[in-house]
Design a protein around this ligand. Structure first.
Ligand code: HMG
Length: 391
């Protein structure tokens, strides 16, 4: 019997916003002791979208370098994962497909389950590639995390998009079977259709996340997954970077292991650099953790990485990936740093204005100020239609 080709992440690229708000600036406005942000939740700054940026412009900006490097001939599916959807019917991925000039012989769909959506997209992509290993799937995870001004969640906002090319014989990470999966009907975080900001029960959300860590690991082990000692590092969903530390400590405790600070730091420390300065990017978050790990770690060739993807509501999955020999030659470390460093600082007043920016809901026309220097922009809205431009 022929051996199946390994399938996984062949390329990974991310984009974030035009603006950045530092937590010092937020703390100076609301009187919070800065240690609560820097140490308590582990966040330094948050990405803030310009008035002419949204999940489509971010998603297209993340995916464009992948299409430039690999071409689009083999991409027959685009899966767009988001929980900051812009339309109830049309997939945001169709706009991205058009902005990137992808072939019309392509299926495009949007997936939703809070921050877990991108992992569902990755797993579904693997299934498609397994059926026909000559095909590639473009997975785009793009989100803008927005909480009410002056709410406890405000300090955890952020925005980014990660694009991943899923293929046979991947250049970066082979994704393994089995997965440990977990679902529980909880109201820890949600956003009804009529609200632009999320609702959250902060403490309940932390408990629900920890319950999901236990649930996924239990199932992963029962399905015959690797023992804990096999993993060189763990990429967790990072709504704020301290949450990854809480989750990992919880997992180690659950497995009866030592929760020594140095062990936890060595398991996680290299996965938080991008999330700490970008903030919560929902679906993209766990894969920004992977980008930071690959960009910063010593050689991880043939080492196993554990992934814990959590989406409120809640659905979670634990799975493993093995880093592929030669992966360092395919990383985008300089571009990743540039995506972060190019952001322009905004002061609190500027951030507040952007936070309150909205579109007409009566079909009238609105032109957006030209703020972004990114490759794509949302020029405005007319007759209830979003108008995108390539720069
Ligand atoms: P809060 O009430 O502002 O903060 O809410 P707190 O009082 O809980 O303090 C936070 C931490 O800072 C605590 O540490 C304090 O001790 C510490 P902990 O006890 O947790 O280890 N602290 C300090 N440390 C150093 N120096 C100081 C200081 N002061 C306090 N001076 C909360 C925090 C995270 C609840 C809030 O920001 C929130 O509601 N965030 C949004 C919800 C969230 O991110 N939940 C995470 C799990 S759910 C999830 O991950 C899914 C999600 O991404 C959505 C999706 O799936 O779609 C959210």
């Amino acid at each position: 019997m022929a051996t199946e080709s390994p399938i996984g992440i062949h390329d990974l690229s991310f984009a974030t916003t035009e603006f950045v708000l530092s937590h010092e600036e937020l703390a100076a406005y609301n009187g919070t002791e800065i240690g609560k942000y820097h140490v308590g939740i582990g966040q330094r700054s948050m990405s803030v979208p310009a008035a002419d940026e949204d999940i489509v412009t971010l998603g297209a900006a993340a995916a464009a370098p992948i299409v430039a490097r690999h071409g689009s001939d083999r991409i027959r599916t685009v899966v767009f994962a988001t929980e900051s959807s812009i339309d109830q019917a049309k997939s945001a991925g169709v706009y991205v497909h058009s902005l990137l000039g992808l072939p019309s012989a392509c299926r495009v769909v949007e997936l939703k389950q809070a921050c877990y959506g991108a992992t569902a997209a990755l797993q579904f992509a693997i299934g498609l590639v397994r059926r026909d290993p000559s095909q590639q799937v473009l997975v785009v995870a793009s989100d803008v995390s927005k909480y009410a001004l002056d709410s406890p969640g405000e300090a955890t906002q952020g925005a980014a998009a990660v694009a991943m090319l899923v293929a046979a014989d991947p250049a970066l990470v082979r994704i393994e079977d089995p997965s440990g999966v977990f679902t529980a009907d909880v109201m820890d975080f949600w956003r009804p259709n009529y609200l632009s900001t999320a609702l959250v029960d902060g403490q309940e959300s932390i408990s629900a996340y920890l319950q999901a860590v236990e649930g996924t690991w239990k199932d992963y082990s029962e399905q015959g997954g690797r023992p804990l000692e096999d993993f060189a590092a763990f990429c967790y969903h990072q709504p704020f970077t301290k949450m990854a530390y809480k989750a990992h400590r919880h997992l180690l405790n659950y497995c009866g292991r030592d929760t020594d600070k140095d062990v936890i730091e060595s398991d996680l420390g290299r996965t938080t650099a991008y999330n700490a300065v970008i903030g919560n990017s929902y679906t993209a978050s766990v894969y920004l953790g992977l980008a930071a790990l690959l960009d910063q770690a010593e050689d991880l060739t043939e080492r196993a990485v554990g992934f814990l993807s959590y989406g409120s509501g809640s659905v979670a999955e634990f799975f493993a990936g093995t880093v592929v020999p030669g992966y360092k030659e395919h990383l985008r470390t300089d571009a990743n740093r540039e995506a972060i460093d190019r952001r322009k600082p905004v002061d609190y007043a500027g951030y507040r204005e952007l936070h309150e920016h909205s579109f007409p809901t009566d079909g009238s026309d609105q032109a957006n100020p030209a703020q972004t220097s990114g490759p794509f922009r949302l020029a405005g809205i007319s007759d209830h239609k979003r108008l995108y431009e390539t720069r």
